[in-house]
Every structure is written in structure tokens, then in C-alpha cells.
Design a protein around this ligand. Structure first.
Ligand SMILES: Nc1nc2c(c(CN[C@H]3C=C[C@H](O)[C@@H]3O)cn2[C@@H]2O[C@H](COP(=O)(O)O)[C@@H](O)[C@H]2O)c(=O)[nH]1
Length: 410
């Protein structure tokens, strides 16, 4: 507590010390300041705008952003893009229960850096599952599904911390490739499992469901809980001397829960539109392909020549931050042109069978679930861009390659 003399000297004698006033009010039973706890904020969008405003080698083209917004809106309408799209992917878990929560946590804990330096595509790391060879993000989902089919408890935190059972050999088996190239950053993935297993078992009763409970229907709260408690979700760095938070895997974890559970039960968040685009290596590539994201000549030639981009470098941070800001501008442009768009609806839901969850009355408490309409938010725009990039890649239509940063953050 500040001493009176020093404090009044610093402020001048006639000004009361607010802390003292507060203490007196409480002492006199006048009640303290209304202790309205401010809603949680992730500060990612703020960081993205700061990075964009201070970027040198990455810029946005306003005309292209406007054009892309219309194209994206039209194609998303045509594809009827919604949270349901998530479950339509054949490898994603379909059950709406706690084991799917565990699956999604495991998946987004390891959801990073699948790209290969191998020129010969047939030699690149891939996972064989259900008679197909899966690469990229899908190789991770396939590896987890295959392990579960083989009776390995790869989505159970108690298993991750049991080094007698969950040995490095078992994990090598889980992520075994159909080629000679192993999964990138295998050792780091083992560390992610061990650390997250420790935290979940020691702090959260061994299940991520308890983290969801603690966040109390706040998407931003759950993102912040992940960043605060799990070192391997703390995706933040400094840019121009200022701390900037990107939190890509923490955010995509919340987004995958929301999409998988269609905004209900374990996927219900009253502030889901606080989640931003997920700054990985695919969306910047797609935004560049659409002409929205512009690179300086040195950066452009660096990326085209497939040179590695140093993690934490200005170029990398400018790519990630400006991409987040770009998707925000696309979202705002769509909302401006199509006022009928509703941010993901806050519908009233009853929590069936989930202990300790009180009923959440949304503004449209009379809206029937069957009429729930999800408009546009950064998550659905992002999912759409990712899936479209993968379609383009499949058709060999990639013009500019993605940037190559080897990182556990994305
Ligand atoms: N921004 C963003 N990044 C995403 C995804 C997804 C997959 N989400 C699925 C769920 C619903 C959607 O409909 C998607 O089908 C993976 N990634 C990231 O990309 C990289 C993998 O790239 P590649 O090696 O080419 O597969 C890696 O950093 C991974 O973390 C996304 O949706 N958004």
C-alpha cells in the first residue's frame, strides 16, 4: 500500500489517493466500486492491427480485399458453408461427446508444420489410413484415428504422462510414415504431449472438459486459459519491441470445438466472434493468391525460392499479423455489403447432460434451434479459405508457394 506522505507528495496535497478512498468506502460499508469483471479479451486482433500498421514487407490491397470479400461470400453461400461443414470431413470425429473433446484437444495440440522439403512428392511424409495416403493436416487426423483403431489411447492425457506405456517407440509407431520421411518435429510433438498431459493431469483433473467448464462459455476465456496454463499453446512474440499475441492453435482448438458441436454443449461460446483467423502457412498463401496480401520484392523472391523464413523474424510476424487483419477486413466488408449476415447466432441452448452448466439465454431466446442461422465470422471465412487452398493445391494451381517456417506454433 503506498505510504501517505510519498503518495500525496507525488500527486500534490489536495488530491485524495483513490486507493485510500476505496479502502475507506469499504470500511464504512459504502461498498466498493462495482466489481464488474470485464469480459475476457485475447488481444490478438489488436496485435494484428498493430503489426499491419507497422509492416514494411507485407501490405494489403484494399481493392482486392473488397473483391475477395464478394467472391468469398458468394462461394460460401453456394457451398452452404456452416459449422456442419466441419463434421462432413470424413476423418473428423462424428460423436458429440467427451472423447471427441479429447480428440480435438490432441489434434490441435499437434496441429502444426506438416510441410515437407522433399522435392519428390512420392517421398514426402504421409500417413496410410483407410486405403489412402494422407498428407498435411489430414495426416495428423489420420494418424490419431489409426492409433485409436489400433487400441492406442493417443487422445488420453493419463497415457501421455505414462512414459512406461507411452514410450517414444509407441509414438513413433503412431506417427509412422508410408515413406522414409518421418513426421516433421517429432521430438517437439512428444514434448507437447508430455507437457500438456502434465498440466491436464495436475491442474485440470486429467480432462480438457474441465478447462471448457472453467472458461464458462467464453471463447476468449478458453483461449486465454490455454495460453496461461500450457506453454505449447503460448503463441506470442515481440514485434517492434511490443508483445504481440497470435495464439493460432489455441484459437483453432476453440473454433474446432464450436464447429464440431455446432455451437452447442462443449462447443457453446457466447463470444465466438472474438476468435480471429488462424495464422498458419496456408491462409497467407491463399490471401496472396487472391491478390489481397502483397509482398515486397525481396520477400516475394524469398518465398518463391522456397527459402526458410526464420521463426520470430519481422517477415514471419508481418505475414501472420497482416493475414489476421486481412480476414478481419474481409469479414467487415461482407457484413457491410450483406447486412442480413448475422455473426454466429447466440441461440438459447439447454445443456443436456453436462454437469454444472447453467442455462444460457441468448438474445434470440425464442429462436428455434432448427432455424439457427450462422452468418459469417472469421472462423468460417478461414475454414473456407483453407479448404479452398487445399482444392487449388490438389489441382496443382498453387501460383506462389507458402512461406517456409519450421515452427510448433502453426
Ligand atoms: N488457418 C487454418 N489453418 C489450418 C486449418 C486446418 C484444417 N482445419 C479443418 C477443419 C475445418 C476446416 O474445414 C478444415 O478442413 C489446418 N490448418 C493449418 O494449416 C497447416 C496445414 O496445411 P497443410 O499442410 O496444407 O494441410 C497447419 O499449420 C495447420 O495447423 C484451417 O481450417 N484453417
Amino acid at each position: 500500500m503506498p505510504s501517505l506522505e510519498n503518495d500525496s507528495d507525488r500527486r500534490g496535497s489536495d488530491e485524495a489517493d483513490p486507493e485510500l478512498v476505496e479502502l475507506l468506502r469499504q470500511h464504512l460499508g459504502l461498498g466498493g466500486k462495482p466489481n464488474k469483471s470485464a469480459p475476457p479479451e485475447t488481444k490478438v486482433l489488436e496485435a494484428a492491427q498493430y503489426i499491419f500498421d507497422n509492416s514494411i514487407d507485407v501490405a494489403l490491397s484494399p481493392a482486392q480485399v473488397k473483391e475477395a470479400a464478394e467472391t468469398i461470400w458468394r462461394l460460401m453461400q453456394k457451398k452452404a458453408y456452416s459449422t456442419q461443414t466441419w463434421s462432413e470431413h470424413e476423418l473428423h470425429p462424428q460423436e458429440k461427446n467427451e472423447s471427441t473433446v479429447d480428440f480435438i484437444f490432441t489434434m490441435d495440440l499437434l496441429n502444426f508444420s506438416f510441410w515437407s522439403d522433399e522435392k519428390d512428392e512420392s517421398k514426402r511424409f504421409c500417413i496410410e489410413y483407410r486405403g489412402r495416403k494422407w498428407t498435411g493436416y489430414w495426416s495428423l487426423v489420420a494418424a490419431l484415428q489409426r492409433a485409436l483403431d489400433e487400441g492406442i489411447q493417443i487422445t488420453t492425457p493419463d497415457f501421455w504422462v505414462n512414459e512406461a506405456e507411452c514410450t517414444v517407440e509407441v509414438l513413433r509407431h503412431v506417427f509412422r510414415s508410408a515413406t522414409d520421411e518421418e513426421i516433421p518435429l517429432f521430438e517437439e510433438r512428444v514434448q507437447c504431449l508430455r507437457e500438456a498431459g502434465d498440466v491436464l493431469c495436475n491442474e485440470f483433473g486429467g480432462s480438457f472438459v474441465n478447462c471448457i467448464d472453467d472458461a464458462n462459455y467464453s471463447a476468449a476465456g478458453l483461449v486465454n486459459l490455454l495460453a496461461e496454463n500450457f506453454a505449447y499453446f503460448r503463441d506470442e512474440t515481440s514485434f517492434n519491441g511490443k508483445k504481440v499475441r497470435i495464439l493460432k492453435r489455441a484459437q483453432i482448438l476453440v473454433a474446432d470445438l464450436w464447429a464440431c458441436f455446432n455451437g452447442e454443449d462443449f462447443g457453446e461460446f457466447h463470444d465466438i466472434d472474438k476468435i480471429t483467423m488462424f495464422a498458419d502457412y496456408r491462409i497467407p498463401q491463399m490471401l496472396n493468391q487472391l491478390g489481397c496480401l502483397r509482398y515486397s520484392p525481396p520477400l516475394d523472391s524469398h518465398i518463391r525460392s522456397l527459402k526458410p523464413l526464420t521463426p520470430g523474424s519481422n517477415w514471419e510476424i508481418e505475414l501472420r499479423g497482416t493475414s489476421i487483419w486481412c480476414v478481419e477486413l474481409i469479414k467487415r466488408e461482407i457484413e457491410k455489403r450483406h447486412p442480413e449476415v448475422k455473426i454466429a447466432s447466440k441461440k438459447s441452448v439447454k445443456h443436456s447432460g453436462v454437469e454444472g452448466k447453467e442455462h444460457y439465454e441468448g438474445p434470440e431466446e425464442h429462436e428455434e434451434k432448427s432455424h439457427k442461422t450462422y452468418g459469417i465470422n472469421a472462423i468460417l471465412i478461414d475454414f473456407f479459405l483453407y479448404d479452398t487452398m487445399k482444392d487449388l493445391e490438389a489441382e496443382q494451381n498453387e501460383s506462389v508457394p507458402h512461406h517456409r517456417t519450421r515452427s510448433i506454433w502453426y
